[in-house]
Design a protein around this ligand. Sequence first.
Ligand SMILES: C[S@@+](CC[C@H](N)C(=O)[O-])C[C@H]1O[C@@H](n2cnc3c(N)ncnc32)[C@H](O)[C@@H]1O
Length: 201
Amino acid sequence: MRLRPWFYNTLYRLKMAPWDKEVRPVLVELVETGRLDPTEIRAAVDLGCGTGAEVVYLAAQGFQRVDGVDFSPVAIRQARARAKAAGVGDRCGFHRADLTAATVPGLAPGYDLVCDFGALNDTVGEARLAVAALITRLCKPGGRALLWAFQGDKAELPAAARMAPMIAPGEEKELFGETFDIEYLPTRPRTAMLLMTRRQS
Ligand SMILES: C[S@@+](CC[C@H](N)C(=O)[O-])C[C@H]1O[C@@H](n2cnc3c(N)ncnc32)[C@H](O)[C@@H]1O
């Protein structure tokens, strides 16, 4: 099942998106421990940024330029308002676009940090390959990609949960192993939290 913008628009409009609560703790931890350092990371992008909590957090921490992309216009509107309210609107760029499209307006290769908390996860088949290729294309050599997804063997899930997109065990190596070194960060069961470093060549 592919989750379309109207589904997300409705959740964001009603303020009922269950994930839309706080800045992802893993991101806060990586910044606070200095593993993601605003003096080294000039440009970051969050793919599937939702209402922009992570984008605004990074900008407020001193990251110079932070972009966010989402195909939900409601999310993008709320993200822009959040950035303005936080006083970092001038360093945040929000773009309404489909990450599975051949081109994604507003984005160009060369990011030091590419985040994706749940967008790749929402895709299947060709669309997933397109998002994985976009992550690879946007991240500069030596840059980082921070990726969260549900991960597991669908056969082990209850029948009602098998419709949900997720990545298969080991799929991250097929999608990113040729280009990135992959570090597995601690996370909840049936999820993957990957900090990937793009090799220089
Ligand atoms: C699970 S939500 C996570 C939102 C945000 N990253 C967070 O952690 O709060 C996934 C987000 O990805 C967006 N999304 C899913 N597929 C997308 C696509 N093909 N193009 C653009 N955005 C997409 C949805 O609109 C939604 O905001």
